[in-house]
Design a protein around this ligand. Structure first.
Ligand SMILES: [Zn+2]
Length: 266
């Protein structure tokens, strides 16, 4: 007998390839009904003792046992839990959790798209309500750090709820160290993924091998000089706190300008 947590946090009992949902608890026993009661009109059920150690009585099912389905349910639960703690991307969770499993179990879990959708739904449930204004935006500790398992401070600067032009700057210490060691900074502004409050998501990237990595993410409410000044002052201050000195020969490359020049040459 094995107990697993179902989607809404309730318990499911797994026994001999069948899954049961808790129906009610009496003084000395618990009644469990087949999880496919509705789907298959199955009357299968068991009564266990309170500690769920012994089966006291049982009723037969009208369908075959399905061990793969149980394994698949467990895998989906692990992925949903991963969505909670790591804010991981559904695709990554599927690769990490589902792909190593036998093909029968993967098939029982449903299509990859359906699984991803279930994970996404779980993520949406956990997402805080969108604030109506920047003054209302309240960052809890959880959102000031990177996700598990490598929980690092991530918020570098927040100009505060009372600020007229509130900006948020994110980056890890490791990324800031990498940025300071680089003499080339690529900067680019783009529309934020959730528009409304901020006007742009501004990124600062630095070369790494043959490519470049994003070291700083800034959510900016506009494009005024004042806002950019605050961004760079906050980075200066953070570097100083960390004992970092940016490379003195930095070449700043504005990505949007390159793109617009390229377009003009076409
Ligand atoms: Zn059944």
């Amino acid at each position: 007998m094995e107990l697993i947590k179902n989607n809404s946090g309730g318990l499911k009992l797994c026994l001999n390839g069948y899954m049961y949902t808790k129906k009610n608890t009496k003084k000395t026993s618990i009644r469990w009904e087949c999880s496919q009661k509705r789907g298959l009109d199955c009357l299968g059920a068991v009564n266990t003792d309170i500690e769920v150690q012994t089966v006291l009585s049982s009723k037969d099912h009208n369908h075959e046992a399905d061990f793969d389905k149980i394994e698949a349910t467990k895998a989906v639960n692990v992925m949903k839990n991963g969505a909670n703690i790591s804010r991981g991307r559904p695709q990554q969770l599927v690769v990490d959790v589902l792909q190593p499993l036998p093909v029968e179990v993967r098939a029982a879990a449903g299509t990859t798209n359906a699984v991803k959708q279930r994970i996404r739904r779980q993520m949406n449930k956990l997402r805080p309500k969108d604030p109506a204004s920047l003054q209302e935006l309240d960052l809890s500790e959880d959102w000031k750090h990177t996700g598990e398992p490598y929980r690092h401070p991530f918020l570098l600067h927040d100009s505060g709820r009372d600020s007229e032009n509130r900006i948020l700057v994110f980056g890890t210490g490791q990324a800031l160290r990498h940025l300071c060691a680089s003499n080339k900074w690529y900067m680019d502004g783009t529309h934020p993924p959730t528009p409304g409050l901020f006007r742009q998501l501004y990124v600062i990237r630095a070369p790494l091998g043959n490519t470049a990595v994003t070291c700083v993410y800034a959510l900016l409410p506009g494009k005024s000089q004042e806002i950019y000044e605050e961004l760079f002052q906050s980075l200066d201050q953070k570097c100083e706190e960390m004992g970092l000195t940016p490379d003195s020969s930095i070449v700043v490359i504005l990505y949007n300008e390159i793109k617009s020049k390229e377009n003009a040459n076409k």
